[in-house]
Ligand binder design. Structure first.
Ligand code: ATP
Length: 309
């Protein structure tokens, strides 16, 4: 067993290039036992490459990569016994049932969780005898998580666990992942959904072009950059930018997704000044609202680009 206090993942200056493509270009991070750690970034950021190196599926070019205190280059087999890896697709064996697949995967390991218990854990009891090809998208993802749990792993890797799912199926997967953490497991996941990272992760690393741009608890990442809250509204015509910037409390005015957004350190003062201004101009603001900054704002601020679903 790993001693408590030793990180479940330790990566230092990891590099992995494919020819000229610097997929992972010198990243350093640690994941503590019991954390749900998220790697957030757009397509091509290097998330999958990182997770595959950690799983022992790709050799690193350089750097330190330790999983459960063991070097992935020297102890791949011992690591595989103790980690869970979610496969991207369970359609490999379309005509095996849920039960048969779990039995089959369980047979690869000396230490295994009973199939019935796994089926209950992922709430697939009513589909236990169904062919995997006949499961819904959400059920297939739940099965792929059950398959990652057959050896009762200490650390579970989930690569974009909810991509392509509808909101309801996504929320049910989130409950499942929270349950893993409650049962003492450490989880590393990748996602390009900022809401998913915000909901699930104790800490996130924001990755882009093979680099980690920022890392920390979501609230810290937001708080470090944005002391203000955002006041947003639609208006026709749009109000002049210089006038908006002069409203009380406004530190920055922007147009985002067709809406006017005012970052404000004094929300009541800004709204009062805004309404006085629009009244004076005979313009009516619509869909007026207030929100905290989000991870999306952090990504936009870091890269100048939106991180889109
Ligand atoms: P996605 O969300 O699309 O999976 P990602 O953040 O997981 O993106 P990676 O899949 O790690 O990113 O890819 C990082 C970069 O490396 C991309 O430019 C990709 O095209 C490239 N790449 C990935 N795998 C290979 C490969 N086997 N051969 C060559 N280039 C690769």
């Amino acid at each position: 067993m790993t001693q408590s206090g030793v990180p479940v993942i330790r990566v230092a200056d990891l590099k992995k290039y494919y020819g000229d493509v610097k997929a992972v270009d010198g990243i350093t991070f640690e994941v503590e036992r019991g954390e749900v750690f998220g790697m957030l970034g757009p397509n091509g950021a290097g998330k999958t490459t990182t997770i595959e190196v950690l799983e022992g599926l790709r050799p690193p070019d350089s750097g330190t990569v330790e999983v459960l205190g063991l070097d992935v280059r020297h102890h791949p087999q011992s690591i595989k016994e103790r980690i869970g890896v979610q496969l991207q697709s369970v359609s490999l064996y379309p005509r095996l049932t849920v039960t048969e697949l779990l039995d089959l995967f369980g047979s690869f390991f000396s230490h295994r969780v009973p199939t019935k218990q796994l089926i209950e854990a992922v709430d697939l009891g009513e589909r236990a005898k169904a062919w995997s090809m006949n499961l819904s998208g959400g059920q297939q993802q739940r099965l792929s998580i059950a398959l990652a749990l057959v050896n009762d792993p200490e650390l579970v890797f989930l690569d974009e666990p909810t991509t392509g799912l509808d909101p309801q199926a996504r929320r049910s997967l989130w409950d499942l992942i929270r349950g893993l953490q409650e049962r003492g497991k450490s989880v590393m996941l990748t996602t390009h959904y900022m809401e998913e990272a915000t909901e699930l992760c104790s800490r996130v690393a924001i990755m882009d072009h093979g680099h980690i741009l920022e890392m920390g608890a979501v609230s810290d990442l937001i708080g470090r950059r944005f002391k203000e809250r955002a006041v947003f509204f639609d208006s026709n015509p749009r109000l002049p930018a210089d006038q908006l910037a002069r409203l009380g409390g406004v530190t920055r005015a922007a147009q985002e997704d067709g809406q006017t957004v005012l970052y404000s350190s004094d929300v009541p003062g800004t709204i009062a000044a805004l309404l006085a201004t629009t009244d004076g101009l005979g313009v009516e603001p619509h869909n007026l609202g207030i929100r905290q900054a989000t991870l999306e704002d952090v990504f936009l601020d870091l890269t100048g680009r939106a991180l889109r679903d």
